[in-house]
Ligand binder design. Structure first.
Ligand code: HEC
Length: 156
């Protein structure tokens, strides 16, 4: 009896996993959008730590600041090629704010490089005291903002 129950649980779990897999493979563009938005959410979660300290809403903690900056640098260094898929822009896929010019105007690489440079500056500064963190956060925020200004549909 126990064996039968175990088996049926396994079968049910297997069906659930297969269901998720086929939903994603049926809609690769939607999956790509979800993946890149998740990457952005990870940027946000780490920037929030640094921003909280810079603005005095959180006590400065060198180790935590360094960890957040290291996370940002690791994320910025990851290849995002599998989820910035041509054809997955706003208007073509539901739920995305990515503008089609990302794939046509040739400027996205420079935005990404500027962002990486700002994040590298933060990585050097974050563990070195609150003043250093504060000096480094402006360029990071400006870089997020610049890319959003140019390549993300505004919310209004
Ligand atoms: C090179 C360009 C670029 C950089 C740099 C960038 N973003 Fe984005 N971001 C985008 C684009 C494009 C979107 C829209 C993605 C979509 O909706 O498919 C986006 C979306 C987002 C979203 C919404 C995600 C969601 O769930 O819909 C957040 C939050 C975000 N970015 C935060 C950040 C933060 C914080 C930084 C800097 C630490 C940053 N981004 C840097 C281009 C960028």
């Amino acid at each position: 009896m126990t064996r039968i129950i175990r088996l049926s649980v396994l079968v049910a779990a297997g069906i659930a996993v297969a269901g998720i897999a086929s939903a994603q493979s049926n809609d690769p563009l939607a999956a790509a959008v979800k993946a890149r938005q998740s990457h952005m959410q990870l940027y946000s979660a780490n920037l929030a730590v640094l921003g909280g300290m810079a603005q005095g809403r959180m006590d400065y903690d060198a180790e935590a600041a360094q960890a957040a900056a290291d996370n940002l640098a690791a994320l910025a260094s990851m290849s995002q090629r599998f989820y910035w898929v041509p054809g997955s822009h706003a208007g073509a896929v539901e739920g995305t704010r990515a503008l089609e010019v990302i794939w046509t105007d040739g400027g996205i690489g420079a935005e990404a490089e500027a962002f990486s440079a700002a994040v590298a500056g933060m990585q050097d500064a974050a563990g070195g005291g609150l003043d250093a963190l504060r000096a480094a956060i402006g360029p990071v925020g400006a870089s997020c903002g610049s890319c959003h200004e140019n390549y993300r549909q505004s919310n209004n």
